[in-house]
Design a protein around this ligand. Structure first.
Ligand code: SF4
Length: 543
């Protein structure tokens, strides 16, 4: 991304893509990149009044101190060349579907999904140990370190870790099981390893040292014990986005893509030159890189679709206060009920239905139930809402699979040329990309030509540019859940616009908008990058 940002950085002083030098677009002075000055009195007054109004609305007598609102914001840090998103921006896109659509428990891909994938991996490893070793086993434990230990309780790291140790696969673990672990923390559970059955409780997940010289802030070590002797242990790292590594980890060997691409325009060239449909190109690349058969790829995408639709259905039938200090009441069920009872008119009914699906999966994520990263846990409600609404239209299964491929291609492009992380790029990188993927998915599933697929994705992404990440109290609830609903509705809007306009008349292309997102991410103040130091996170007063 750094090369791309250099190109974009130079843009203000040069003529734009129209090259007319007289359109006026490029004549404006370059944007000054200075730390903003202290707020003017009028701005200060507005800020204080705003904070007071929020406090009044919330029924609280202690508004946020004004000084907190007027402190000059820190400059956004430059992206480190050590970041994977920077390193991976070299060469062709090599991401695979299984790396991208990761299945596991919410609400955090690094603090819940990663740990459950880790302990399930450990369970599978120790299940294969020789019988004489397993016969001696007396206990199974996992030690959490660093950030996992410091913030794991709030994220449900302990129950996710225990579920994996008990042999529950992240993709298929029923939500009731995870709820049961949280509701009955003292309950004893049995796990069978060959000839041995062990008792486990949440106490076997040990919140260990929070500070230390760990290889990664999210380090954890599961152990199989025989009394005080360690029979088998392995140090793992939850490296973000649900990805896991372990001591001595070597990334899996990958094949070379048949159609190497880095940008949307590369894809477009293949589609024209080779006269190959977009889903076919993406399928052939996936087979070449992952080594999987076509059948295996469809089976995986079908499983992803089932997890998503099951999550939406579960969320639509759940009516509860979501976990955490916000005490946020879920809305999906109420929105569904409103469809039955009120005369909303065609437009309101359509929007309510799609939005309720987005709420349903976003709320499931907040409950710590099983979700699919698409592209992240916080934005996990958007693609399920699209899939569910495509099913409402009786869209054939193969069309939905093709839609998943197109959506993944958009996600890959954004990951490769910008970022998918709220901590790096704000919410435009999560919900914005999710909405863009959704628009591409709908267009592809509807059989639209590739240019329309690309335009739909561009349209949806364009109208999320600059969206900040400011989760209230650090919980993936406000604004995240409602944003998933908006993201799904905007995905449909992007498709509706792109399928109605003349495709070649669209003035902004997808690569340009992804570049704009990368630039916006770079210049965004760090307060708005998942730090809970700005925006809603400091404006909403919790009593
Ligand atoms: S506000 Fe932040 S945490 Fe919430 S969905 Fe957006 S990027 Fe993710």
């Amino acid at each position: 991304m750094s090369d791309l940002l250099k190109i974009v950085d130079n843009a203000p002083g040069s003529c734009g893509p129209c090259q007319s030098a007289s359109c006026g677009t490029c004549a404006s002075p370059p944007v000054k990149r200075e730390t903003p000055a202290l707020l003017s009195r009028r701005e200060l007054g507005r800020t204080v009044l705003g904070a007071s109004a929020v406090a009044l609305i919330a029924g609280c007598s202690q508004p946020k101190p004004a000084e907190q609102a007027v402190a000059p914001p820190p400059a956004a840090p430059a992206l480190s060349p050590d970041l994977e998103v920077v390193k991976e921006s070299k060469g062709p896109i090599m991401t695979t579907l299984e790396e991208f659509y990761k299945i596991g428990p919410g609400p955090s891909s690094s603090h819940t999904m990663g740990p459950m994938r880790i302990t399930y991996d450990f369970f599978q490893r120790i299940s294969k140990l020789p019988e004489d070793q397993l016969k001696r086993a007396t206990a199974l434990q996992v030690h959490l370190f660093g950030s996992l230990s410091a913030t794991g309780k709030g994220h449900g790291t302990d129950r996710a870790s225990l579920a994996g140790l008990l042999g529950k696969a992240p993709a298929t673990c029923p939500p009731e099981f995870l709820d049961g672990l949280a509701a009955n923390p003292d309950e004893t559970h049995k796990v069978t390893l060959g000839p041995t059955t062990l008792d486990l409780t949440l106490k076997d997940v040990i919140f260990d040292a929070t500070k230390g010289n760990f290889p990664h802030p999210n380090t954890m070590t599961p152990k199989l014990l025989a009394g005080s002797e360690t029979l088998y242990e392995l140090e793992y790292y939850s490296v973000g986005g649900g990805f896991i590594e372990w001591k001595g980890y070597k990334p899996p060997d990958k094949g070379q893509p048949k159609y190497a691409f880095q940008q949307a325009r590369d894809l477009q060239k293949y589609l024209v030159d080779d006269k190959i449909p977009l889903p076919q190109l993406l399928l052939e690349n996936e087979m070449a890189i992952s080594g999987k058969s076509e059948k295996e790829i469809w089976e995986f995408l079908d499983q992803v679709a089932e997890v998503m639709v099951r999550g939406v259905d579960t969320g639509l039938n759940a009516d509860s206060i979501l976990p955490g200090p916000i005490k946020l009441h879920s809305k999906a069920a109420a929105m569904q009920r409103s469809l039955k009872t009120s005369a909303k008119g065609e437009a309101a009914r359509a929007v309510t239905r799609v939005a309720s699906y987005g709420f349903a999966m976003g709320e499931e994520n907040a409950r710590g139930h099983i979700i699919v990263t698409a592209p992240t846990a916080g934005s996990a409600g958007i693609i399920p809402a699209v899939v569910k609404s495509l099913r409402d239209l009786n869209t054939p299964q193969q069309k939905v699979r093709d839609g998943f491929l197109a959506a993944a291609a958009i996600g890959y492009l954004c990951k490769h040329n910008a970022t998918l992380s709220g901590a790096e790029g704000g919410c435009q990188a999560e919900v914005g990309v999710g909405s863009s993927m959704g628009a591409a998915m709908i267009a592809q599933a509807m059989g639209a030509p590739p240019k329309v697929v690309s335009n739909a994705a561009e349209s949806a992404l364009e109208h999320h540019l600059g969206m900040t990440c400011d989760p209230v109290a650090g919980y993936v609830q406000i604004p995240c859940i409602e944003r998933c609903a908006y993201g799904a509705v905007k995905a449909w809007t992007g498709y509706c616009i792109a399928s109605a306009e003349v495709p070649d008349e669209r003035r902004v292309d997808l690569d340009t908008t992804i570049a704009a997102m990368a630039l916006t991410a770079k210049e965004m103040n760090s307060k708005y990058k998942e730090t809970s130091e700005g925006g809603l996170a400091v404006s909403v007063v919790l009593c």
